[in-house]
Design a protein. Structure first.
Lengths: 294, 161
């Protein structure tokens, strides 16, 4: 019963939380640039406006793919918050992203096509870390279920520091922040205009925005799993990570996709895989601290 | 005020301007004026935009581009002509290649005078454009034929007239 309440809570609350996060993001960005910035509820005004605009239909499949993107993102979140299998959560999350990429391909525009191709390449860059984090959590807790991972008495960060670092790294990619905003940037002044969503307007664009709010809340929830045992510390660290990614967004220029792929794989292998190897070694030697499920 | 005037997104097109007005348009984004306070964003994408800012007189080459940008914008939309060149052709009016102001290509709703137009007056022009946007929104709702407009867009027929 409690799981259903949690899942329903995510479906209802996440868009508000995601919109507020987006508003906060814009205010902090403005302050970093010496500006005052918009009110915190500005993203809600934007979406309300987009819903009032004309919806230019560019392809009959565009709505199908984008609604699938929204539905699967919400489904992923509901599954996560109901304490389901973390692997299924990650696969559903990837599937949602695939639908978003497909929506970029249906538009007959070079900008959204190249944006979708780059998003696919970015997926190659960030999916290994996402899977490694699930593997790492399994090695420590002996369980793939989110409820069991969240209920683990020790903070997972102690055992998975490398995976945590690589997860923060790919978070920039998933949030489409600079230097990894190559598939769709937040401002349409680059060579790709706005990448995947260049051709979308009105209600369609509003759906994309709302889906991204869900997605962002979900990503920070994934991060929460690393220190689920102590909510206060985790809140502080999540805010720090949120601030850090805005700082990086404002102080770096975008990378080429080759460089992005190379750097992310280096981080994945250097931190993530090394972390897993050391963890597995310690486990085989029987040198793991008390509390670890064998 | 509806949500429409709370988040006007702008696309800016320079149709043969001398760059004076363009610099002033960009100046409104800087910390001194910071139009993002009002939710105004300079998008580079006509499909996301509500307000088209035109600077400079229209010549035979930029006319087609300006029309295309206007037709790509979803309804309701407003055109603000910034600077005296966009209003009448200005100092370049007598040039052999200049057709005149922005109204030679697209229907202009607000004229912002000045050479170059000051950032304050550009912001003021956009704010006046918001009232027009609200009005157009009402007309757009009365029509209730967004799909016809979409069809017109897809078939390349202009509804500018």
């Amino acid at each position: 019963m409690i799981q259903v309440i949690f899942a329903a809570g995510f479906v209802v609350i996440a868009p508000f939380a995601g919109g507020m996060l987006a508003g906060l993001d814009r205010i902090i960005t403005a302050r970093m640039q010496g500006r005052k910035g918009p009110p915190i509820i500005q993203p809600f005004w934007d979406v309300a406006k987009l819903l009032r605009k004309e919806n230019l239909i560019i392809s009959r499949y565009q709505q199908i793919y984008l609604y699938c993107f929204l539905i699967f993102t919400v489904f992923t979140g509901a599954l996560f918050f109901s304490g389901g299998d973390f692997l299924i959560v990650l696969f559903a999350f990837t599937l949602a992203d695939i639908f978003f990429i497909m929506s970029g391909f249906v538009a007959n525009s070079p900008y959204s096509h190249i944006g979708s191709e780059r998003e696919l390449i970015q997926m190659m860059a960030h999916e290994p870390v996402v899977l490694l984090s699930a593997v790492g959590m399994y090695i420590v807790t002996g369980n793939f279920h989110v409820s069991a991972i969240a209920g683990y008495p020790e903070p997972l960060l102690v055992f998975l520091p490398g995976i945590f670092i690589s997860f923060i790294f790919i978070l920039l990619m998933k949030l489409r922040k600079s230097p990894f905003d190559l598939s769709m940037s937040h401002h349409a002044h680059q060579e790709l205009v706005r990448g995947i969503i260049t051709e979308y307007s009105g209600r369609t664009l509003a759906i994309v925005e709302i889906s991204h709010w869900y997605e962002n809340v979900l990503l920070f929830s994934f991060l929460y799993l690393f220190f689920a045992s102590s909510p206060i510390i985790s809140a502080v660290i999540l805010l720090l990570v949120f601030f850090l990614q805005i700082l990086i967004d404002n102080s770096t220029s975008r990378l080429k996709y080759e460089a992005a792929l190379k750097v992310s794989w280096m981080v994945t292998i250097g931190f993530g895989v090394l972390n897993i190897l050391i963890l597995a070694l310690l486990k085989n030697l029987g040198a793991m601290p008390a509390g670890i499920v064998p | 005020m509806s949500a429409l005037s709370k988040s006007p997104w702008i696309v800016h097109y320079n149709s043969s301007s001398c760059n004076g007005c363009d610099i002033e348009v960009l100046a409104t984004l800087t910390p001194l004026y910071d139009v993002e306070r009002f939710g105004i964003i300079n998008t580079g994408n006509p499909k996301h935009a509500d307000i088209l800012l035109v600077t400079g007189g229209v010549n035979s080459q930029s006319r087609k581009v300006l029309e295309t940008i206007y037709n790509q914008m979803p309804h309701p939309k407003v055109v603000v002509a910034v600077g005296i060149c966009a209003a009448t052709g200005g100092i370049f009016r007598e040039c052999y290649n200049i057709l005149g102001g922005a109204e030679k290509a697209v229907p202009v709703d607000v004229y912002v005078p000045g050479c170059a137009a000051r950032p304050e007056s550009i912001i003021d022009g956009v704010i006046q454009g918001l009232a027009v946007l609200e009005e157009k929104r009402k007309q757009f709702r009365k029509k209730k034929d967004a799909y016809r407009l979409t069809y017109e867009y897809l078939t390349g027929k202009t509804d500018a007239e």
